[in-house]
Design a protein around this ligand. Structure first.
Ligand code: AQP
Length: 334
C-alpha cells in the first residue's frame, strides 16, 4: 500500500523463451489487476543471471518479455512495465534483506534444491539468495498482492517472513504481501514428463510449448505429448498425469470445465484429443503472437517504454529504500 493505493506486483525472468506455463500461471492474469490496483510488472533480468546466460540472448529476451507483456494485454499507460536492472534500488534492498534472512530458510527453498541439482557446476551464491532479491522486488513497492504460479508461492511466503521480521524490529516499514494464484493454470506440467513443471529453461524443447511457437510446431508438440496407459480422456492427476495436464490446458484455453471436456471426448482416443488441445492452444495464442510481432518491429518505442517504466518504478523504490536506510541508521545527507 502506498498512501491509499493498493499495489499488485509481479515479474518474469527473461531466462528463456516464455512458455504457456508462464502465460497461464502468470502473464495472462496480470491485466485483471490493472483496474483495482496500482500495478508493477517487471522483467527480472537480474534473477536470470543466477544461471549462465548468453548476453545477446538475455538482451533480446528482455525486449521480448516486455513486448509479450503488452501483447498479453498490459497497457503501459495503466501498468508500470519496467526492467529490474534499470532500477538500482532492487539490488540495494536485496543486500539489506540478506542480513535479515536466515541460512536455514534459504536452504529449504525447493527451487534452490531443484536448480542446484540441475546446475551442479554453478551453485553460486546468487542462486541461493534469489528469494531475498525477489523479496526486495516485492517489498520495495509496498505490495499488497503478488499474482504468481504455485511454484513461486514458497518464495512469496519467505518474503512475508522477512518483512514481518524486519517490521518487528523496525515497525511500520513494509506492507505484508499476499500471493494470489490463478484458479486454473497455476501449474502447467511438462509434455514429456508430466510430473515435472513446464519450465522455459528445459533442455528438451518438445517438453515445452512456447508462447511464440508457430501453429504447426504447437500441434506437433501436443501430438508427441506423453500420455498414460489406457485411452480414456479422464481427469485424474495421480493416475493419469499426462492426460490430466492436457485437460487443464484445454480447459484454460477453451474456457470449458473439466466435466464438459470429459463429455466432449467421451469415446474418443488420445490422438483426437491431443490434436484438439493443439488447435485450441494455437488459436488462443495467434492474436498474442500477431501483436507481439508488431510491437517488436519498433525497438525505439520499446526502449522509450523501458525508460518511462524505470522512472516511474524508481520514484516508488527510492521512497521505500530511503525509509529502510533511515530506520537502519544509515547516514542520509540530502
Ligand atoms: N509451469 C508453470 N505453470 C504455471 N505457472 C508457471 N510459472 C512458471 N512456470 C509455470 C509462473 O510464471 C511466472 C514467471 O516465472 P519466472 O520467470 O519468474 O520463473 P520460474 O517460475 O522459474 O519459471 P520457469 O519457466 O520455470 O523459468 P526457469 O526455467 O528459468 O526457472 C511465475 O509467476 C511462475 O509462477
Amino acid at each position: 500500500m502506498f498512501g491509499e493505493q493498493k499495489i499488485a506486483y509481479s515479474g518474469v525472468q527473461p531466462s528463456g523463451n516464455l512458455t504457456i506455463g508462464n502465460y497461464l500461471g502468470a502473464i495472462r492474469n496480470f491485466s485483471e489487476y490493472s483496474e483495482k490496483y496500482k500495478t508493477f510488472y517487471c522483467v527480472v533480468d537480474q534473477h536470470a543471471i543466477t544461471v549462465r546466460q548468453v548476453p545477446a540472448d538475455l538482451r533480446r529476451r528482455t525486449y521480448e518479455t516486455l513486448a509479450l507483456y503488452m501483447a498479453c494485454g498490459l497497457d503501459p499507460e495503466k501498468n508500470t512495465l519496467y526492467v529490474q536492472s534499470m532500477v538500482h534500488e532492487h539490488a540495494e534492498l536485496a543486500w539489506i534483506l540478506n542480513c535479515f534472512t536466515m541460512f536455514g530458510e534459504l536452504s529449504r527453498m525447493t527451487q534452490f534444491k531443484d536448480k542446484s541439482a540441475r546446475h551442479a557446476d554453478n551453485i553460486n551464491a546468487g542462486l541461493f539468495t534469489y528469494p531475498t532479491l525477489m523479496a526486495a522486488d516485492i517489498l520495495l513497492y509496498q505490495t499488497d498482492v503478488v499474482p504468481v504460479g504455485i511454484d513461486q508461492k514458497q518464495h512469496v511466503e519467505l518474503c512475508r517472513d522477512i518483512a514481518e521480521r524486519f517490521n518487528q524490529l523496525y515497525p511500520g516499514t513494509f506492507t505484508i504481501p499476499e500471493p494470489i494464484m490463478a484458479k486454473h493454470g497455476m501449474k502447467i506440467m511438462s509434455l514429456a514428463e508430466p510430473t515435472k513443471k513446464m519450465s522455459k529453461s528445459d533442455e528438451n524443447a518438445n517438453a515445452v510449448v512456447y508462447i511464440l511457437d508457430d501453429r504447426d510446431t504447437i500441434i506437433r508438440k501436443f501430438k508427441r505429448a506423453v500420455t498414460d496407459s489406457g485411452a480414456e480422456v479422464r481427469y485424474d492427476p495421480e493416475e493419469k498425469p499426462g492426460v490430466s495436464n492436457l485437460m487443464s490446458l484445454y480447459s484454460c484455453f477453451s474456457g470449458k470445465t473439466i466435466e464438459e471436456i470429459e463429455r466432449e471426448f467421451d469415446g474418443c482416443g488420445y490422438g483426437d484429443f491431443k490434436l484438439a488441445v493443439g488447435e485450441v492452444t494455437a488459436d488462443a495464442l495467434a492474436p498474442v503472437q500477431a501483436s507481439f510481432h508488431s510491437l517488436m518491429a519498433d525497438k525505439g518505442a520499446l526502449e522509450a517504454l523501458m525508460k518511462k517504466g524505470a522512472e516511474e518504478a524508481s520514484w516508488y523504490a527510492r521512497r521505500t529504500l530511503a525509509k529502510v536506510q533511515k530506520k537502519l541508521g544509515f547516514v542520509q545527507i540530502r
